[in-house]
Design a protein around this ligand. Structure first.
Ligand SMILES: Cc1cc2nc3c(=O)[nH]c(=O)nc-3n(C[C@H](O)[C@H](O)[C@H](O)COP(=O)(O)OP(=O)(O)OC[C@H]3O[C@@H](n4cnc5c(N)ncnc54)[C@H](O)[C@@H]3O)c2cc1C
Length: 404
């Protein structure tokens, strides 16, 4: 095959990798996705998808397929973890749909991934290879070759590394990138069937319980048949844990961090898995000639705005648009993608980290936070996120205006 007709090679078939393949296919660009896991491997728990994400899922033809599995929360109920009282109720439902032209959904991450894969399976321009771990790549004049750990080589005109937080390709594309480091927090997650949910856990809406040095979030998934719960605690000690089964003593160890109103309910639940939250300081660059990082590989963000997966969707449609606009000049297209996305990813990472600090305040600062939450109108609190949920892919003319 002439190099100019080679497909785009995507390392990693998670949310970002499959969405990139779909976005490329919609623009007539063929791709090969190399995913290290076996087909149908699933992990994770719940995922919140803001309007900036559901808009993209609709554009990619994924939303309709996912629709039977989602919930549409009417609001975010914020509670004081210590006292159990309601602090605020931020509007979602019709309010956010009308404001941003697209809904706010909650879903099981496995359902989102399955919908992405099923949509990709119908696209003729997408090939997904499982059990295909990319170890490195090399670049020729007009092509790249991805080297798999089993010795296979996959040729493409560019390589997009969507291989997640623990990206193996990051070091090759961004050699000055620092290593992944602990964020000093650990997330304990579980998904529980509706009929096993103890009294005290409201199943509708998104609920956030603000503790001291901790917070709890729960919301419906699988169209309300299940509930996803995450307890996030300040904890430096468990950095090695990444999606591992939580030991039975974790709730006792973190008893002070769990809101009293939830202790009994959470104590009766099983199936907890733990994720140490980790970050990478902003990279000096995301691209190197014909290779680019995307999603968590480029810009892992802490989960306190529920935006990491959605940012990967935004990356996906941006990179496909820029590739389509610069046929034959892939390196320039990748640079345009990076230029357009870096500021946005940094802003989301900062806002998310700030939320994490606010959620875990203690003492007088906690009381001040609670009074502000009670005093400011809920719609005004949500309007502060218009920049986040209102994101849209820029047309070339708009990009020129922005850069002037
Ligand atoms: C506790 C928690 C809660 C979260 N909640 C939300 C939320 O509510 N909303 C939201 O939008 N985001 C949320 N996120 C963030 C979100 O999960 C990530 O940002 C998102 O998964 C990033 O997608 P990705 O495709 O970049 O990486 P991943 O989803 O990590 O996908 C990477 C893929 O690459 C594969 N891979 C890895 N290395 C290789 C290799 N060398 N070769 C081939 N394949 C490889 C992996 O198997 C995987 O399939 C949360 C994260 C956490 C930890």
């Amino acid at each position: 095959m002439p190099d100019a007709q080679l497909p785009v090679v995507i390392a990693g078939g998670g949310i970002g990798g499959i969405a990139t393949a779909l976005a490329c296919a919609r623009r007539g660009i063929a791709s090969i996705v190399c995913e290290r896991r076996a087909p149908n491997a699933q992990d994770g728990a719940g995922i919140q998808i803001g309007p900036n994400g559901t808009r993209i899922l609709a554009q990619l033809g994924v939303a309709e397929r996912l629709l039977p599995q989602i919930s549409v929360p009417e609001g975010i109920a914020v509670h004081s973890g210590k006292e159990g009282r309601a602090l605020a109720r931020l509007p979602l439902g019709d309010w956010i749909k009308q404001r941003h032209g697209s809904p706010y959904w909650t879903a099981h991450r496995g359902d989102l991934h399955a919908a992405l894969i099923a949509t990709a399976a119908e696209a003729q321009l997408i090939t997904i290879i499982n059990d295909a771990e990319v170890a490195s790549y090399c670049e020729g004049d007009d092509r790249v070759d991805a080297h798999l750990v089993d010795g296979r080589r996959i040729a493409g005109r560019i390589l997009i590394a969507a291989d997640g937080l623990w990206s193996r390709l990051r070091a090759q594309i961004a050699p000055t990138a620092a290593l992944v480091k602990s964020a000093g927090k650990c997330a304990y997650r579980s998904v529980i069937a509706r009929d096993q949910i103890p009294a005290g856990l409201n199943l509708e809406d998104v609920h956030v319980w603000l503790g001291s040095g901790s917070h709890v979030v729960h919301y419906p998934v699988r169209a309300g048949r299940e509930c996803a719960i995450v307890v996030i605690v300040d904890d430096e000690a468990t950095f090695d844990a990444w999606n591992t089964a939580a030991d039975t003593g974790w709730q006792e160890r973190h008893a002070a961090a769990i809101p009293p109103a939830l202790r009994e309910a959470l104590g009766s639940l099983g199936g907890w898995r733990m994720w140490s939250l980790a970050t990478v300081p902003p990279l000096a660059g995301w691209t190197k000639s014909r290779a680019a990082l995307l999603g968590d590989a480029a810009h892992p963000v802490l989960p306190f705005l529920a935006q990491g997966g959605v940012l990967a969707l935004e990356d996906a449609v941006t990179i496909a648009a820029r590739l389509c606009e610069a046929p034959g000049n892939e390196a320039a297209a990748l640079r345009a993608y990076e230029l357009e996305r870096r500021g946005r990813a940094l802003a989301v990472a900062r806002a998310s980290a700030a939320n994490g600090r606010i959620y875990h305040l203690d003492g007088i600062m906690r009381l001040a936070r609670d009074s502000v939450l009670g005093a400011v109108p809920a719609s005004a609190l949500m309007a502060r996120y218009d920049w986040l949920y209102g994101w849209r892919l820029l047309a070339p003319a708009d990009r020129e205006t922005v850069s002037q």
